[in-house]
Design a protein around this ligand. Structure first.
Ligand code: BUP
Length: 459
């Protein structure tokens, strides 16, 4: 009975950073008595995406799986710019397959929730079907304010680009943001995938039935208030802060025996997310820095943006000498380990992170203080939010990935020591952990907002 059990379809786009929160939302909805159809654009870019999806469907067989079979794009020249942004285009190119898929679902849908990268593709389709459409923004609310305002800033009829975008970017209702925090492709004069993705989707998502965002007032209070009071943009659809979505450990991975042997709070976990490969030179300096710090560390290393293409051995990346030096206190793995399992482990006392929004929400959830080293995209804007609530350190001079400067081992060692020795930050992280969990527990602010949404889909 749709009056009691609404039927909602979820359509994520490409990359673990976008897929993971959709998986968490699917789990939350299915355990809240919502019928869930999960549409997966197929094939995925990375192996980790297809593996996470297999875990989801085997753990929750009552979630219906539908595949959107992607047609190849004629002109793959833009693929080299970024394989994940390029995949957004591939999905868009196959969007005509979506309407028949949605109409064929039974019982009929109450709503479709899609990713922000697909807003301009999906909204016209759901409008034609008279189906309520929600856009799930998988980064911070602060980033959402930029996403929603960017198309106005670059509009040539508006003079903002030349005057206001000089040293600071001004988003209505918020403190100015230093230009250096803005993802560099957005500031280029030339066309690029990220810029057109921002302009087209940021504009179109204002026509959706609502915007979901994986955050809450503890981390993102300023932006959420500005958004809800109409200060950022007038006439916005409702913004529902429903996060941080609780992590679910779907993987049946081997327990990390090495971590079990380390003292509580002693290990620095190091990872730059699922789609960032830092330079060989910087990897070696980082390795040197970790050894020099004298601290224990667990490090996930990547050589390529896309995991399937990464075949280089650790020894070839690090060199024998560094491998030997790291043996005593470090544990290094290639590409992937179960981050959930790591962050929830008592031995972990700090997280050197690229500031991907999922990594941040997971570290907040587990009360792990962070050393933030943004590499691209939304990450500087995210890092500042964490720094502001006192659970992270951000050395701003370290810069983006690919900037000419390589940060030296000595400096990294010193900062790692500072993070792991910071008792204040540790107790602050424990406090924030409790706060964010309260928000999603029964009766909390995020819990209530999701429950209200589910109610609105009934009947
Ligand atoms: Br690497 C790695 N294990 O080894 P972010 C990542 N993850 O579970 P990103 C693992 O992938 P975007 C690993 O827990 C998080 O949920 C991690 O998302 C998981 O960064 C997710 O942190 C990574 O948002 O995506 O991958 O750079 O650029 O979209 O933020």
């Amino acid at each position: 009975d749709p009056k009691l059990t609404p039927h909602v379809a979820l359509l994520p786009s490409a990359g673990m950073g976008h897929l993971t929160p959709f998986i968490r939302l699917a789990v939350l909805l299915t355990t809240s008595n919502v019928r869930v159809t999960f549409i997966t654009p197929y094939p995925t870019v990375s192996l980790s995406e297809s593996q996470s999806l297999s875990h989801l469907f085997s753990t929750f067989p009552r979630i219906t799986r539908k595949q959107l079979h992607l047609l190849p794009l004629e002109d793959p020249s833009a693929k080299s710019e970024d394989p994940f942004y390029y995949h957004f285009e591939v999905i868009r190119h196959s969007s005509h397959l979506l309407s028949p898929l949605l109409s064929s679902l039974s019982p009929p849908l109450s709503a479709l929730i899609t990713d922000m990268s697909l807003a301009s593709t999906v909204i016209p389709i759901t409008d034609a079907l008279q189906l309520p459409n929600y856009i799930f923004f998988t980064s911070s609310a602060k980033m959402l304010t930029l996403f929603l305002s960017f198309h106005i800033m670059v509009d040539p009829r508006d003079r903002c680009e030349t005057s206001e975008m000089k040293d600071f970017i001004k988003i209505a209702g918020l403190e100015p943001i230093p230009r250096s925090w803005i993802p560099p492709p957005l500031l280029q004069d030339t066309k690029n995938l990220l810029k057109s993705y921002f302009i087209e989707n940021g504009k179109k998502m204002t026509e959706s039935s609502g915007i979901l965002v994986n955050t809450n007032e503890t981390v993102d209070g300023e932006s959420l208030e500005a958004l809800s009071k109409g200060k950022v943009l007038r006439g916005l659809p409702p913004v529902h802060a429903i996060g941080p979505l609780p992590p679910f450990n779907l993987e049946q991975s081997q327990p990390l025996a090495w971590l079990d042997d380390q003292p509580p709070g002693s290990v620095l976990y190091v990872s730059f997310g699922s789609r960032t490969a830092i330079s060989r030179e910087q990897i070696r300096e980082l390795g040197d820095g970790l050894v020099r710090s004298g601290k224990r560390f667990l490090w996930v290393v990547k050589d390529k943006k896309v995991d399937k293409e990464d075949s280089l051995e650790l020894m070839d990346m690090m060199g024998q000498q560094l491998m030997e030096r790291m043996k005593e206190k470090g544990f290094v793995v290639k590409n992937w380990l179960n981050q959930e399992e790591v962050l929830s482990h008592a031995a972990v006392g700090g997280f050197l992170s690229h500031s991907g929004w999922n990594s941040i929400t997971e570290a907040l959830w587990h009360g792990v203080p962070m050393l933030l080293w943004p590499q691209h995209g939304d990450q500087k804007i995210n890092a500042e939010l964490v720094e502001r609530i006192g659970v992270g350190m951000w050395v701003k001079s370290w810069g983006w990935c690919g900037e000419a400067m390589v940060v030296k081992g000595e400096e990294i060692a010193e900062t790692v020591g500072e993070l792991l020795g910071n008792q204040f930050m540790r107790s602050r992280a424990a406090k924030v952990r409790n706060e964010v969990r309260m928000a999603v527990d029964e009766g909390g602010s995020s819990y209530k907002r999701l429950a209200d949404l589910i109610e609105s889909w009934k009947g």
